[in-house]
Structure formats: structure tokens, C-alpha cells
Design a protein around this ligand. Structure first.
Ligand SMILES: *Cc1c(COP(=O)(O)O)cnc(C)c1O
Length: 371
């Protein structure tokens, strides 16, 4: 048994040699936050790289979700997915709104559009879908429903950094899109995030909201929060942006090896890849069917851990099963059978740019029960 611990993820880091001159420059400038030089540069660089026009940087990926709901003045009920990171639903709660959980499509792990429609009530004002693992939602079907019922659509695109369909970004779908640049994500600024919108007027409002609502030296136009990204992380983010294409290419290699080796193991399934999608390979989830595989998901997870291979049960438990949300009428297992099964079967395999062939083979041998 190898002692080297294989972690589920490992952060993309710029080299200190490229980061240090920028730090020295920040020391010279003596301007540390509040829309500084590097903040402006990173906003512009990300807009260009991602192919979006209006993007606002944030201090993490949760505050843009909270701010998007504020900016659009959402009220009442928000339809969302239980199969995500808990921040998605928390952002709804922080706005005093009611989350309504809707089941997911087994082919993608994303909100099932037909079930969205069934969950709409007179109080529904918005839909908050997640492109889980970077799998694109059925954007057209969701937009069609939103347009028919007059609902806002705010995508939690935390996993969808630079994901494209037919060569075109999905980060301009719906009304707004949020990103997370947390250390564990494909692209990181240590902590960080962004909110993408469609017009200059909305961006202005978002930028007020992330700075206490200040619209000038003495004018406060909204009860805003403080969610500004600082100069140090902006500079770090500029450095990391130079490496993201290589990192995604390396992740793709790992994904291809996993996919080929796991294709014919009874009881192990994966999402199908679409030809028209450019993925970012942010996660590699597999689903363990205990009956066919002969071993439960949790037993495999523990076996991997014993052998120093750390998978993660993302997303388990379902958000809807946490004590704070499980009393909601939409939180029942009967309402969420697909999400419940996925949460019970999922393991995300180690996935990052630093995995060697040997690492990948060690992960694979465990799934092939070579314990
Ligand atoms: C990571 C993540 C967030 C929160 O982002 P932070 O930067 O950690 O605040 C929100 N939604 C999803 C789906 C995430 O995976």
C-alpha cells in the first residue's frame, strides 16, 4: 500500500516567482482594496477570457448568490435544487425567501424542467438552478418556463467556469450567473467569486451592493453588504488565469483515463459526456449501485480512505435533508427520489491537474476492488 495521500482536489497555484513582482507593485501603490488597479485588471481579463460583457468580482462565491437575489428584488418562493453545495439554498434563506426543492434529471444531476413547472405557485418569483459538476442545465427549457411565468433565473454556475455549449459560454444564460473562485474550484483566487449580468445598469447596482450600497462619497442607495475582492487576491487571480487552460487540459486527461477504465464495471456508472459541450472537468463523480457492484457506496468510500485515496461524497447529504431545511414541504424524499438516490450513490474521485498516471491507477485499482 502506498502512503502517499491522494486528495480529492489540490489547488491551482501560480509560481511565487510570477506572483512576487505583483506583490511588490501593490506595496508600491499602497492601494489594497476598493476597485484598485489589479481588481480592474482581473475583471477585464475574466470578462474577456470567459466571453461575457459584465462581471463583478466578489470576495467569495456565496455573496454573489445573495447579492443576485437582492439586485433582482426577488420575493416569495425560489425554486432550486437540493443536489448542490449548501450555499445555494443558504443564499435564498439569507434573503428571507422560501426555497422550494425540485428533483433533478438523472442524466445530468440538474433541475428537471418539467418538475420545475409543477412546483410553480403564485408566490414563485425566481428559479435558481445549478450546473452541477459543470454539466450544463437544460437552459432553453428553463428559460421557456421562466418566460411563460415571468420568473427570474439566477444560475449558480460555481462549477461551470468557462463551460461552453457549441463553443459558446453558458455563463450568459438566464438573468444572472454566479461563480466561485474558492481554493477547491477549477480556477481559484484563494477565496473569491463573481456575478455576471447582462447590462451596465445592473452591473452598477451590483457594484453598489457589494460596497455597502455606496453610490458616491455621501450617497447610500441600498442596504448593501461588503463583498469586495482585494488587490492581493486580484493579482493572484491574474497569475492563475495564465495557467487555467493547462490545468483544465491536465484534468481532461485524468477524466479520460477514469472514463475508459470505468466503462465496464458492473454497478459503477458515470454521466455521459456530450459532444457539443466543452467541459472544465471540475469533478469526476461516479455512482455506486450496491446491488450490482456488491459493495455499498460507503464501504467503497471507506476502503478508498484506508488506502489513502480520499474521495468526497459530493453531494451528500442532500441540502433538503439538513435540519434547517428538512421541515419544508418540498424537502421530502418522495418529492426528490432521483436526488436522494444520487446522494446515496455518489463518490467524487480525486480530480486535479497534479494527478500522475500512478495516482490515477491507484484510484482505479480500488474501484476495481483490488483492495
Ligand atoms: C463552492 C460553491 C459555492 C460557494 O462558493 P464559495 O466561494 O465557497 O462561497 C456555491 N455554490 C456551489 C454549487 C458551490 O460548489
Amino acid at each position: 500500500m502506498s502512503d502517499k495521500i491522494i486528495t480529492v482536489t489540490s489547488p491551482l497555484l501560480p509560481s511565487l516567482d510570477e506572483f512576487e513582482p505583483l506583490l511588490r507593485d501593490i506595496w508600491e501603490r499602497k492601494w489594497l482594496t476598493n476597485n484598485g488597479y489589479y481588481h480592474k485588471q482581473l475583471e477585464a481579463a475574466l470578462a474577456e477570457y470567459l466571453g461575457v460583457e459584465y462581471i463583478s468580482l466578489f470576495t467569495n462565491g456565496t455573496l454573489p448568490l445573495i447579492t443576485a437575489l437582492q439586485a433582482m428584488r426577488i420575493t416569495g418562493e425560489v425554486i432550486t435544487t437540493p443536489y448542490s453545495f449548501v450555499a445555494t439554498t443558504h443564499s435564498i434563506w439569507w434573503n428571507g425567501l422560501t426555497p422550494v426543492f425540485v428533483d433533478v434529471d438523472p442524466a445530468t444531476g440538474n433541475l428537471d424542467p418539467q418538475k420545475i413547472e409543477e412546483a410553480i405557485t403564485p408566490k414563485t418569483t425566481a428559479i435558481m438552478p445549478v450546473h452541477v459538476y459543470g454539466n450544463p442545465c437544460d437552459i432553453e427549457a428553463i428559460q421557456e418556463i421562466a418566460d411563460r411565468y415571468g420568473l427570474a433565473v439566477i444560475y449558480d454556475a460555481a462549477h461551470a467556469f468557462n463551460v461552453k455549449v457549441n463553443g459558446r459560454t453558458i455563463l450568459d444564460a438566464g438573468d444572472m450567473n454566479t461563480l466561485s473562485f474558492h481554493a477547491t474550484k477549477t480556477y481559484n483566487t484563494v477565496e473569491g467569486g463573481a456575478l455576471i449580468c447582462h447590462d451596465a445598469r445592473t452591473k452598477k447596482r451590483i457594484d453598489y451592493l457589494k460596497n455597502f450600497g455606496f453610490a458616491g462619497e455621501t450617497t447610500v442607495v441600498a442596504p448593501g453588504i461588503n463583498s469586495k475582492m482585494d488587490e492581493i487576491r486580484s493579482a493572484y487571480g491574474l497569475c492563475n488565469l495564465k495557467h487555467i487552460d493547462n490545468a483544465i487540459a491536465a484534468r481532461k486527461q485524468v477524466a479520460q483515463k477514469y472514463r475508459a477504465a470505468l466503462a465496464n464495471i458492473p454497478g459503477i456508472s458515470m454521466f455521459a459526456e456530450r459532444d457539443d459541450v466543452t467541459y472544465n472537468y471540475s469533478y469526476f463523480p461516479i455512482f455506486v449501485n450496491e446491488k450490482e457492484y456488491g459493495i455499498s457506496r460507503d464501504s467503497l468510500y471507506e476502503k478508498m480512505k484506508e488506502h489513502n485515496v480520499l474521495g468526497r461524497r459530493y453531494f451528500y447529504p442532500l441540502i433538503s435533508s439538513f435540519a434547517i431545511y428538512r421541515g419544508l414541504p418540498s424537502a421530502t424524499k418522495e418529492n426528490l427520489p432521483v436526488a436522494t438516490r444520487m446522494a446515496d450513490e455518489v463518490i467524487c474521485l480525486p480530480m486535479h491537474a497534479g494527478l500522475t498516471d500512478e495516482d490515477v491507477n491507484r484510484v482505479l485499482s480500488l474501484i476495481k476492488k483490488e483492495f
